[in-house]
Ligand binder design. Structure first.
Ligand code: CAA
Length: 264
């Protein structure tokens, strides 16, 4: 892959979009590499993913404007679907994905961050949907996910005005969970991912699915989704060993041990 790197350590994969000369802007090649990086992960080994951008200036500065400039209506529609399909794959990826937003997250960059489960950013990060200044709408899910993540009113204000916001403002409106000095961002994201990777993997996956799927339906259907995923955990070795360990500890504190969950 020319534009995306991937490395795995202790159950955590770090996927890096690596096109710093164009501030990691997304053209078809970058998007294809991004998909290949996720497709290539071994889900028996990887329990959490950190997604970031190369360099200290930009996470992703948007879809590639040069590549889009001459697109026809049909090509624009197809490009939107291409990006949407990949971002939806990331949103529904079986294990959690943490965006470590190390600078500009504009247009498609903010949209990519929003398709991740959790967003952490550096203090120099800049967020925005500047598309209307280019004569287009957000095209990789921005009109849908920003309204769901912050609020319809705030999303409309940001999208209609094309105004960028700072890391602090993104934190205030709930777009990101935490802001770090640049050099602390990746270690913080890896630490968070490492903590998730130590939990029972089937349970973590089922939590992600329950939250994501439940948000799409009414509360009664959502609770049925939770019940099914809760019940499914009881077929796992991890549930049996996790609970047996708790009971052993109560019985005899000397039997305390950290359960190495098996993903089975
Ligand atoms: N597409 C293509 N190239 C881009 C790019 C983008 N989105 N963003 C930056 N670049 C390129 C620049 O053209 C420049 O390349 P050259 O050195 O070859 O000229 C290089 O990255 C560095 O950029 P700047 O010189 O502009 O850096 P800066 O620090 O002065 O400005 C910036 C940084 C404010 C992010 C500015 O580059 C910018 O405004 N970029 C465009 C941001 C944008 O509008 N994003 C939305 C795109 S549309 C979209 O994403 C649609 C969608 O929803 C799918």
């Amino acid at each position: 892959m020319a534009y995306v790197t991937s490395e795995v350590e202790a159950g955590v994969a770090v996927i890096t979009i690596d096109r710093p000369k164009a501030l990691n802007a997304l053209n078809e090649e970058v998007l294809t590499d991004l998909k290949a990086a996720f497709d290539g992960l071994d889900l028996d080994a990887v329990r959490c993913v950190v997604l970031t951008g190369a360099g200290d200036k930009s996470f992703v500065a948007g879809a590639d404007i040069g590549a889009m400039a001459k697109m026809t209506k049909a090509e624009g529609t197809a490009f939107g679907k291409f990006g949407n399909d990949i971002f939806r794959m990331i949103e529904t990826f079986p294990v959690p994905v943490i965006a470590a937003i190390n600078g500009f997250a504009l247009g498609g960059g903010n949209e990519l961050a929003m398709s991740c489960d959790i967003r952490l950013c550096s203090d120099n990060a800049v967020f925005g949907q500047p598309e209307v200044g280019l004569g287009i709408t957000p095209g990789f899910g921005g009109t849908q996910r920003l309204a769901r993540l912050v609020s319809p009113g705030m999303a409309k204000q940001l999208i209609y005005g094309g105004r960028n916001i700072t890391a602090e403002e993104a934190y205030r409106i709930g777009l990101v969970n935490a802001v770090y000095p640049q050099e602390e961002l990746l270690p913080a994201a890896k630490k968070l991912a490492g903590g998730i990777a130590k939990q029972a993997p089937i349970a973590v996956r089922n939590c992600k699915k329950a939250i994501n799927d439940g948000l799409q339906v009414d509360i009664d259907k959502a609770l049925e989704i939770e019940e099914a995923l809760f019940g499914a955990c009881f077929e796992s070795w991890d549930q049996q060993e996790g609970m047996a360990n708790f009971l052993r500890k109560k019985d005899d504190p000397n039997k305390v041990k950290v359960v190495a969950f098996q993903n089975k």
